[in-house]
Design a protein around this ligand. Structure first.
Ligand code: SF4
Ligand code: SF4
Ligand code: SF4
Length: 664
């Protein structure tokens, strides 16, 4: 064996052993997580994996995503070239040249072109970090401009340069015959041919450079954020198949621990997520809390889980608890309580993440720990929890007041067999003076369309949405069980809700309690009534002027309802609503979700101010919403901004006004 082959083989074996050991050390930590079934529906999982991991669907949504797409696919294609290089270094007689000639030519051409494309993509990545400097690449502990990021980019660039040096020298030496299949290497070879004394040096230097960079890459990979090269694809396979806004039930039994207060209480998938984060900052750029200066950053949450797991790994392997707290004072690997309470559970982070990481459920799991195990939560929530427990609504108003909104309308109680739909009014629709007007508008529209509906009146209870998102799972479960029993007793099968939070809780969360309901949001039902001709609006009405629509996260992102509210605006006014810069799936929260409706904002800009500014940029006369919480937040925001002349309407009010005018 040649000395070169011996050195190469020794280094390769050492690198591979180190790689395997590092990967094993990290992946074995994932086993400390709690069990979670992510093996169902393999066909669907495979298709998600192809779409998001190989298709880079979410990566491509951003203009710069194309650059990552090129790097990803170059990596996949060049894995073959690098594999050949490694095998050939040990067994010099083995190479891709053993393949049929046509196939080998295609590969040579692909390697040449892809290597050049990669060089351009890496140059763009450098420019982006050094010149463009998008702010979301940086966060407290995770830095897009970190030495690690530049090291990895440099590794890739060096591999490409070494590739061209090596193959160019081979062309110049005449050992690479198929020059037509290697246009770029041939150009390099042509240039080298002018300096014959240099050719063999370039060959040797490129060969060893290629080898050393590959070995360094193999060793460094599992210890860097580029571990995602290994984990992102399986992470997309194991991603949630349903939108994970609904958290799993907890088992309340003697001696049980609740929520997640230490890293090993997360599930294996939560831990795997943390190794799959590419640290791209897309979640951070989408997060209303991070954008408005709160101490929450979803990227930091995921990073903290990884750091905490690594830091505590020694203790976990010895069966002890880790010393670095998961929730505590600010520091790498630890989440602050302020960060955990700042989340509006809007889901923008999960929508943005290219590798399907579920940031928000991790936050709710930590909230559960704080509320249920530690009894530690912001003081302002105490009132809410007591009101919910004693009077089954957030305001603590007497249940007897629930049906007061009906004073002007004939409304029937719900009776199975007689009334088709239960109108689940919800707490806002029952008690909040502004939201009550929406309830009346809805009742008017339903009556006009001849829909058969009834209410539970004083027997209605809060659905418990805020409790669940705030982590008070014990109280939520109690209320959910009571509601499920009531719905069963009354024979409720079909429900209309005014509020997207009620919609998601009754439709998605109650399923965990064995209650399958057909739940529709008012906008969906009315849009259907318009489509089927049961509601006709011949005279279009433009008295509301220019209308901008704000997508409620719990209607849009959480329940995929984007078109129905827009249909109502269009049907009533004859004109489509104008869109805010962030809309639809990428809409920006009003700041009230996740129980934040009942909490003050003490840090940074108010989320509703940021949203209202964005909506005002469209110069609307009216802002339309489809959620009572959004209504409050947008109205408050407009008042604070001195824009009280801009009206706020629920989409059903717009439709009801259209109907009334038609009938006038
Ligand atoms: S759910 Fe919304 S508020 Fe919470 S971390 Fe994600 S983006 Fe931020
Ligand atoms: S969690 Fe997802 S979106 Fe956020 S930084 Fe990591 S990979 Fe990017
Ligand atoms: S209140 Fe409105 S915007 Fe905010 S989380 Fe709920 S639905 Fe989203």
């Amino acid at each position: 064996m040649m000395p070169q082959t011996v050195i190469f083989t020794t280094l390769l074996v050492a690198s591979l052993l180190f790689f395997c050991w590092s990967v094993y050390r990290r992946f074995s930590l994932v086993c400390y997580g709690q069990p979670e079934d992510r093996l169902d529906q393999p066909a669907r999982r495979l298709s998600e994996m192809f779409l998001y991991a190989f298709g880079q669907l979410r990566v491509l949504r951003k203009p710069f995503g194309l650059n990552h797409f090129v790097i990803f696919w170059s990596f996949m294609i060049l894995a073959l070239a690098n594999g050949e290089f490694l095998v050939n270094g040990v067994f010099p007689s083995v190479s891709l040249a053993l393949l049929p000639e046509g196939m080998h030519r295609v590969l040579l051409f692909a390697f040449d072109v892809v290597s050049l494309l990669t060089l351009f993509a890496i140059a763009f990545s450098f420019i982006r970090r050094l010149v463009v400097k998008p702010p979301y690449l940086d966060s407290l502990y995770v830095k897009g401009k970190s030495p690690e990021a530049f090291l990895i980019l440099s590794f890739i660039a060096l591999l490409m340069l070494a590739y061209f040096g090596l193959h160019g020298a081979m062309v110049a030496l005449g050992t690479e015959n198929d020059t037509a299949a290697m246009p770029i290497s041939s150009l390099v070879g042509g240039a080298l041919a002018a300096h014959p004394s240099l050719v063999s040096t370039v060959y040797s230097v490129s060969w060893w450079l290629h080898a050393f960079v590959l070995f360094a890459f193999i060793c460094f990979l599992p210890h860097s954020k580029h571990m995602h090269i290994l984990t992102a694809i399986p992470n997309c396979y194991f991603g949630a198949l349903t939108w994970p806004a609904t958290q799993p039930r907890e088992k309340f039994e003697k001696g049980a621990v609740y929520g997640v207060g230490s890293v090993e209480r997360f599930t294996w998938k939560d831990l795997f997520d943390s190794f799959s984060c590419t640290e791209c900052g897309r979640c951070q750029a989408a997060c209303p809390a991070a954008i408005t200066g709160k101490p929450l950053n979803p990227r930091q949450i995921v990073h903290a889980i990884k750091t905490n797991l690594l830091e505590n790994s020694h203790a976990l392997r010895e069966g002890r608890s880790g010393t670095l707290p998961l929730i505590g004072d600010e520091g790498e690997g630890t989440n602050t309580e302020e960060a955990i309470w700042a989340c509006t559970t809007c889901g923008a982070c999960m929508e943005a993440c290219p590798v399907l990481i579920e940031q928000m459920p991790k936050i709710v799991k930590m909230r559960r720990h704080l509320v249920e195990t530690e009894s530690r939560f912001p003081e302002e929530l105490l009132n809410l929890f007591e009101n919910m427990e004693q009077r089954s609504n957030p305001w603590g108003i007497a249940p007897g007041e629930r049906a007061k909104w009906v004073s002007t309308l004939p409304v029937k109680p719900f009776a199975a067999g007689e009334t088709e739909y239960l109108l689940y009014v919800g707490c806002a629709g029952s008690f909040d003076s502004r939201a009550k007007q929406v309830t009346v508008a809805l009742a008017t529209v339903l009556n006009a369309a001849g829909v058969s509906w009834g209410i539970l009146g004083k027997d209605e209870k809060c659905c418990g949405d805020s409790l669940r998102r705030l982590g008070n799972e014990y109280l939520f479960e109690k209320m959910a069980l009571e509601n499920v029993e009531l719905f069963r007793e009354r024979g409720v099968k079909k429900v209309i809700t005014l509020c997207p939070h009620c919609l998601t809780t009754l439709k998605n969360d109650y399923r965990q309690y064995g209650l399958e309901l057909e739940v529709v949001h008012q906008s969906e039902l009315i849009a259907e009534l318009i489509r089927s001709g049961r509601i006709k609006l011949d005279k279009k009405d433009d008295s509301l002027g220019r209308i901008a629509y704000h997508d409620p996260c719990y209607l849009g992102r959480h329940n995929d309802i984007f078109d129905a509210p827009r249909t109502l605006v269009q049907a009533a006014t004859g004109t489509a609503a104008v869109e805010a810069e962030r809309n639809g799936r990428n809409s920006f929260c009003c700041g009230a979700g996740g129980g934040r409706m009942w909490m003050e904002e003490f840090t940074g800009e108010r989320v509703n101010h940021a949203r209202v500014d964005e909506l005002l940029a469209q110069k609307p006369d009216t802002i339309c919403v489809a959620c009572p919480y959004c209504m409050t937040m947008v109205e408050d925001g407009l008042k604070d901004k001195g824009a009280g002349q801009v009206r706020v309407r629920d989409v059903v009010e717009v439709l009801a006004e259209g109907l009334l005018r038609k009938n006038a």
